[in-house]
Design a protein around this ligand. Sequence first.
Ligand code: F6R
Length: 602
Amino acid sequence: MVSFVCGIFGCLCDGAPQVILDGLKRLEYRGYDSVGVAVINNNKIALEKDKGRIDQFIGGLDETRLYGEVGVGHTRWATHGAPCKENAHPHLDCTKTIAVVHNGVLENFLQLREELARKGHHFTSNTDTEVIPHMIEEGMKAGLPLKEAVVQATKSIKGSMACIIIGTSEPNKMICVRRESPLVIGVGPKGAYCASDIPALLPFTKRVLIMQDDTIATLERGRVNLEEIGGGAVEPQFSNVTWDLKMAEKSGYPHFMIKEIYDQPVAIRDTLKVPETFLDRAADLLNDKIYLSGSGTSYHACLSTSYMMSRLLGIDVRPVLSSEFNEAVSDLQGSTVVAVSQSGETADTLSAVKYAKGKGAKILGITNTLGSSITVLSNAYICTQSGPEIGVAATKTFLTQLTALDLLTLRVGLKKGRISEGDYRSMSQQMNRLPRLIEETLGRCEKVKELALKYSTRRNAFFLARGINVATAMEGALKLKEISYIHAEGYPAGESKHGPISLVERDFLCVFIAPRDATRGRVIGNIMEMKARGAEIFSIITEGDEELKEVSNEFFEVPEAPDLLYPMLCTVPLQVFAYHVANFRGLDPDKPRNLAKSVTVL
Ligand code: F6R
């Protein structure tokens, strides 16, 4: 089976091919193994597609073939099957008068394909998507207009789909369908647009409509008609986006990742403004039976929060990886699952959420994406305020997740009487210091670049800590491995003697997260263990900690801060470290191999 994580874009405007390519560039973070564009000209579909990245594609494009005012485009990331020209979107029907771009996975495509083949349809790819134009063709053969044929096709298809469809029978229209995969419509002075996410629309308009599940929109210049797939008109609810284009671009930084690391003080400042009514609604969902679930970096936010809740609320909450949730947890009646996902579209997390809901749990979503599937499935949600994160590696979304989860923990503590009013006030004030402390930490990061150069040729690294900063260590290791391809493991420092220490030999890199908190003394013991085996020690310490400087080969000092803030402060140099190591190794930190920003397949 071929399935996708992809970006799709469509428009009705002058110079459509250029606009589509521009939109696709902004969606490239969603997938970048092949690309394609189809436009209607002279009542025919002109199609160009190929394997490879968008810039490569543009370089080889015969622009005289692509002109028109109505078109669709696609940037793809294949999870099975070879990325190749045939499998690239858009896909056409037999008559080559209908073009479709799709993001999602069709579950019953094999069966549909067989039925269509029996009726004489000819397929040119091994994608699931290709059944869609052929099903629409069938409907139109039976006399249905384009939109009605799309509706009919959609009803037979099982699975997730965000689709944009154009057809020569109605060359001034674009049909957009959403089920599970995200899709956003924008209307501006020069045309109408549709894309997988908001940043792709920002150069053209700030007036956007986030499509809801099982809706279909017909776009014409200056007109949007919205309906439920099952029938029934829906009033289009447009809103104005407050992000500007600059926020979605690199602002002069060489890569999105480093820009986004430096965005963190602002992102945290904005997230600290989450209205108390939102926090209260979220806090009211929490009881004494809490699960925290997420994937990758979002799971690290869950792990960190489990320590925080245990310490501040005296409640032992359980962090569970989303991909394991359905196997690991069964007793969910009366519980609340806090689902953490920056994209709000991660298939593993959505699957855990659906499973938990089915067993009677309440869902609290923590996401950076308003209108995402998590927000739709949750009883309440908190939206972190990172703005768009384009770099594949999560950075600012992680720190804002921690910020939102800390605010939530404090609010629950206050409401349940587990934190006094005085303590709540003083800890809230501590939280408000965070943006400035992150700025101060970033201001010291030139030193991290030097250390990245020194360690950039290493093949292995351990990231070690105790207590809440085990999550920080795991996040540091994940950042390094995913963008620099150095093998890195993050785990609790006390575990070394139970196995991993046998790997340690002269110059083996051990990064210790060792701020001045309750675990510091025991962490020093673990450093000595590693040193005794010849390890190279790079420690993240609190400024002025002379003893730790003494026992480390290299160190980075974060500002003195309350314990609550150390996980965030210590993460910053680890992000910057991973970024520079990747650069020194000649790798593109924004686009690590084999990864995509939204992992919408199980
Ligand atoms: C790592 C990273 C991934 C994501 C994970 C979950 O840098 O970005 O590990 O954290 O795929 O994604 P979300 O948060 O969108 O559910």
